[in-house]
Structure formats: C-alpha cells, structure tokens
Design a protein around this ligand. Structure first.
Ligand code: ZN
Length: 289
C-alpha cells in the first residue's frame, strides 16, 4: 500500500445511525480532499473494518523498485488522545455533498440507464459508495477482475451524474490505468439500445411473444400493456380507485369490481402473451411474466 491512515477515536454505538454518520464524514472528506492522485477511501465506514496493526509489513500489490513493500509506522501522534465528539462528527458530516435528488438516478441527461440496473441485470454483486467529489457514484465489485489479491469490494465501476458517463477504477498496481472500457470488457457488460427489439419467431397460438431478457423494464412493460389490451375485448380490465381491477360476478350474478392481486395479474399476463427469455447460448426459452 501507499496510503496513510488518519486515525480518530470515536465513541458511538454500533448501529445504522452511526454508520450513516461515519459514511457522511468520509463522503465530506472525499469531496473536499480527493484529487486525481489521492483518494479518501470512503469504504471504511463500517464498524467491522479491519486495519493492519501499525509496524507490520504492508504487502498489498506488487513490491516494485519505486514502491517497495514497507512497514507501516506512526508519523505523528498527539500528546493527548481525545475522542471526537458527536457534535464535531456531525459538523463534518453536514459538509457532505447531497445525494442527487430522486429522479436524476432513473434517467441521466443522455438517457443512459443507471449503472446499478445494468449491474443488477448482469447479476454482478456490488457495494454502492456515496458520490465522490466528481459526482461519481462508485459500485465496488466483490472481486476485482485485474488481480486476485486485495480485499473484496475495493475496486469497481462508477457513473457520473447528471451526464450519466461511466468510469472504472482499480486501486492496485496491476489494475492501474484500467478505465471503463477495460472494466466493461472484464465484467462482460453488454448494452441494448433503446427500442432495440429483437426479432422473435411467431408463437404457435397467435399470442404475442414478449422477450424479458436483455431489455429495459419499460420496453417489456409496454409490450405487456399491448398484450393486455389485445385480450381486453370484451373489456375485463379497468382502473378503479387507482388499482388494476376486473369486473366479475358475485354469487347472485351481480357484477362486482375486484382489485387484481399481483399473482392474479401475473396469471392474466401469462395468458395474454407467450413470455420468452434468451439463454446464454441464444436459445429461446419460456419465462414468467
Ligand atoms: Zn483492483
């Protein structure tokens, strides 16, 4: 490693509120002091964090001529150790940049999908970090694709808001200079363009076929609505009191309106279209709506 610790004694309960406070402090410090060359590690907010004992040999990454493995040491120790008060901590936390307002997450200015959704779609495990000084939200992945040492969730990909541009970052020597393109390739991330509808062979019973894999949710949802409207003659589906409802008959044959539960709606969707997914090898397989 080539880093420095600034160690401050705190006395907080190990709960969600403390975690939020410490996370905000790290975000505030990162916003104020991060440069191209130096980063505040904003991942070290949880109480279970381990730190190497001072005086031990740091062997993270390769030992190189200009950055040899060295023992950690105390550079500066105050005469008296005083815990930082909650008031002082809260004063620093208040300087943290506000997270982007709701809505900017969903669609960026360029109309790019949120990176978290892309990672979800690919089944990539990540830990979201608070936005850094450049407005980039980083998603650290469990295993950095560029080396097998280091700890989990140290390196990853990020998205800058509001323009939505992507970034990649590795903190280790072997991953130095790896940007978004390298990360995208290493993680196997692929995109579909908006409105890019794959051609599907016709289903046998004339039902529309809806593909659920590799597509934006809103595209699938649009297709689902089309399919519902196709089957909605005679009309059985209505919007009532803000909920999707259907008209049925009670025991004495009188028409009644009942709200559709999620499983019931799923059943209707299942009958309105043939739901398909693409396997990794490109085979068309049945799917659940
Ligand atoms: Zn890395």
């Amino acid at each position: 490693g080539n880093g420095y610790y600034a160690l401050y004694q705190i006395d907080l309960p190990n709960d969600a509120e403390s975690l939020q406070l410490v996370s905000a402090i790290l975000a505030a410090l990162s916003a104020k002091f991060d440069t191209e060359q130096a980063h505040i590690d904003t991942t070290v907010s949880n109480a279970a964090r381990l730190a190497g004992p001072v005086g031990t040999l740091k062997v993270k990454g390769d030992s190189t001529a200009d950055r040899p493995h060295r023992r950690s040491q105390l550079e500066h120790v105050p005469e008296q150790l005083v815990p930082v008060s909650r008031e002082q901590l809260e004063a620093v936390a208040a300087l943290a940049p506000k997270p982007p307002p709701a809505g900017t997450r969903a669609t960026s200015r360029r109309g790019l999908l949120p990176l978290s959704e892309i990672l979800d779609r690919h089944g990539i495990e990540y830990r979201e970090q608070p936005p850094d000084a450049q407005g980039i939200t980083w998603y650290h992945v469990r295993q950095c694709p560029f080396h097998d040492d280091g700890r989990p969730f140290e390196c990853g990909v990020g998205q800058k808001l509001p323009d939505g541009s992507f970034a990649g970052k590795c903190f280790h020597n072997r991953g130095e200079g790896k940007g978004w393109q390298e990360w995208k390739a290493a993680l196997g991330i692929t995109f579909r363009h908006n409105g890019d509808r794959p051609d599907l062979p016709q289903s046998n019973d004339g039902l529309p076929r809806i593909l659920v894999t590799n597509r934006h949710l809103h595209e699938t949802a649009n297709d689902a609505w089309d399919a519902i409207l196709n089957t909605n003659d005679p009309r059985w589906l209505f919007r009532h009191a803000g909920q999707i409802s259907e008209i049925g008959r009670d025991d004495e044959g009188r028409p009644i309106v009942s709200h559709l539960s999620l499983p019931a709606l799923r059943g209707r969707l299942d009958r309105a279209a043939e739901w398909m997914r693409l396997s990794k090898r490109g085979e068309l397989l049945p799917a659940r709506p």
